[in-house]
Design a protein. Structure first.
Length: 183
């Protein structure tokens, strides 16, 4: 057997680093202390007041996981678009820190996953259909929500209701360079 030999040709080539399909998350509950910006990173958007931060996350249900918005200034921070309503979720939810180095918002419409893009997993329906994080605009305000090929759009919770945006919303995807190990 031949012995391995080290060379002075520099470091080994970079190996692609694939993140977990849903990213690294912070588990929270209704009574949890909200983590600071060092852990959450900068919020991807702000509420209609232009000041209150709104984060992205996933609400854990008994048989499904749904992308949601997390608004720490509200009495029940986790809000899920579901059944034509803005559902206040008081169970476990996971905050996904938005990292602009590894993630980006990509324009799309009608539940489509943009060509050659890898969306960040946001959850799944009871029947197993995939759900992804999305941002839709309601009255000029960007609102986190969910999308999926079966939804034909982006569903967001805002103002007590579920709003469905069919065109011109954004889906959260991994940056292609990051997935190739180019950071």
């Amino acid at each position: 057997m031949e012995e391995d030999h080290k060379t002075d040709k520099g470091p080994p080539p970079p190996y692609p680093h694939r993140p977990p399909p849903s990213g690294t998350r912070i588990p929270l509950q209704l009574n949890s202390a909200f983590p600071d910006l060092a852990h959450t990173n900068k919020p991807p958007c702000y509420d209609a007041d232009g000041f209150s931060p709104v984060f992205i996350g996933s609400a854990i249900f008994q048989r499904s996981v749904h992308p949601c918005k997390i608004a720490p200034h509200l009495p029940i921070p986790c809000r899920v678009p579901y059944g034509s309503a803005e559902v206040e979720h008081d169970g476990r939810y996971d905050l996904l820190p938005f990292d602009p180095v590894t993630m980006e918002w990509v324009p799309t419409s009608h539940g489509r996953i943009p060509h050659n893009r890898d969306p960040v997993a946001g959850g799944y329906e009871e029947n197993g259909q995939h759900l992804y994080h999305a941002l839709g605009r309601v009255n000029g305000t960007w609102v986190p929500g969910k999308t999926g090929e079966h939804l034909d759009g982006c569903n967001v919770a805002f103002g007590g209701g579920e709003h469905i945006i069919r065109n011109d919303y954004e889906i959260l995807c991994w940056r292609s360079a990051y997935l190739r190990g180019e950071k």
